[in-house]
Design a binder for this molecule. Sequence first.
Ligand code: GCV
Length: 666
Amino acid sequence: MKHTYLIIFTLFYSLSFMAEAEDGSSLWLRQSKSGETRVYSSKSSPTIALAEKELKRSFRGAPVVLKRQKCKDLKADGYSIKFVDDKYILTSTTDNGLLYAAYHLIRQQSTSCSVRSDKTIIENPAYNLRLLNHWDNPDGTIERGYAGSSLWQWDDLPLVISDRYEEYARANASIGINGTVLNNVNASPDILSSEYLIKVKTLADIFRPYGIKTYLSVNFATPMILGGLDTADPLDKEVEKWWKNKAKEIYKLIPDFGGFLVKANSEGQPGPCDFDRTHAEGANMLADALKPYNGIVMWRAFVYNPEDADRAKQAYLEFQPLDGKFRDNVIVQIKNGPVDFQPREPYSPLFGSMPRSKTMVEFQITQEYLGFSNHLAFLAPMWKEFFDFVPAESLEAIAGVANIGTDTNWCGHHFAQSNWYAFGRLAWNPELSSEEIAREWLSQTFTADKNFVDPIASIMAESREAVVDYMMPLGLHHLFAWGHHYGPEPWCDVEGARPDWMPSYYHKASDNGIGFNRSSTGSNAVAQYPETLKNLYDNVDTCPDEYILWFHNVSWDHKMQSGRTLWGELCYRYDRGVQTTRHFQREWDRVEMYVDSERFKEVQNKLRIQTRDAVWWKDACLQYFGQFSNKPIPYDIERPVLNLDNMMNFKIDITNYECPPCGYSN
Ligand code: GCV
């Protein structure tokens, strides 16, 4: 009898831990089902109605009062939360602020934080513009998208409306994102056709109640391609008129349209330089067209030319002289690093160099260079690293290249959702720590149980550094294969290709050493940094390890800060990356009882792929660079399992991520 009780108890106990099957489609909003609170509001609007709906649906506890009123401590979209007389009082000057306050309350509840406190919570966003940039094309593909196809079903719009549009808006609003650029910066002129603008209007109408403004990327040559003009010269009167008319047409349909994002004279895109005009002249002409409607222009500084100086210097060389020449509704949008979203780059020296212009940062949420949606890489630590160098308050706005697609779980990897989440939270408050964000996200997305959150928050914290270690440690960059940016090809040499798209342009490995000399004896990119950093980076003995091969060509025997030689350190770092991914696998398996089986298995599979890829990276890079260092891999380092010749002849099919043909598999 006693025995039977024990069995029943054990069964009951285990079942209570077995989470319901889930597919990740509810993101971090999955607990929102059990509300039971009363909500009162003095005003009504579609946005306030949403705030009420969210609270009723998800919040358990004392009644909530929504008050829209002016308050000197609150900026636009800011809010306060007070607990008085057994009620929560949510105050904001805007409807959007009330919606954000509602999400705040719900978040605190699902992260098991106490919401009853004598302290008034006051939240103001660091930036008024917190935007996602979609690189989605009208044909449904996504440039650097790894989670299915575009959410926007252009062929079906405006008649057929996918449920996902509103779910997308809700997810964004819950983390404070308030703008979305719908289409790729490699922009199709069609997006500005009357046919497409009706579709864009339909999306804008869905997003509006969630406080999200709609923006478009535009092709600078649209007046020629769509408008039939024979020039797109920004100083041409007909061109100016064309853009003014287009702006009028857009605002008639979408009165709160946000504005344009422009990639000009970069990677084949047209721009003002095609007509001997400057970036400022191009941006200002568009800004003038949008000005009457309070629209803005985000003009990207991502420019580089194979014939010019060191690629890392070019954005600065081209844009810094234009400081002070942009209209006040133009914001220069700069990628966080000077090259292109590598696993680690120093910050772009253009930040801080244009004090008379508005600037904003562009982060990449999609993992173009960090293992696509196969690798677990929590990016908050990378973005926080940027803010260690660039004061958040020196920026006007913030944008992130989205990692969202039609996949059931939105982002391809369950943990890639954490990067969408982290981007929104940091855009609201760059002071939040990576750990806080990881814990918040885990608690809402999986469970708030400490036995789950502690170890998994810790692997998230290590994950970006692990990618740096197994792909490109010590400041190495752009060692990727030609045609995609997934696997290693430090040997890649495509005849006739742009030299600055080849890995050897960046690693410069030879018998003498490895690394790009950007010191004062080399390209002198260091000179673009403020004096103290310039001096620090210029000297190989003071340059931090993480940037050493970014700024210096270093001999294989160079003594590193650890006491190892450069070659020894390189081997150690690659190996550390592999060992860390093995550790991730073990930690994940340990928490199986806290996770529903579908998501558990999917993450487990992704971690297998990640570890396999880490080995691939380590074996490829160490054996390839070993041909130059002429040194063996130290004996305490895991032996290569992949053969260099096979790897060099192997072309990965990035639709199924098959591993190199070497007899080694998962
Ligand atoms: C949208 C890199 C990417 C391109 C991208 C470009 C950009 O070069 O590989 O796919 O194009 O950056 O940011 O404009």
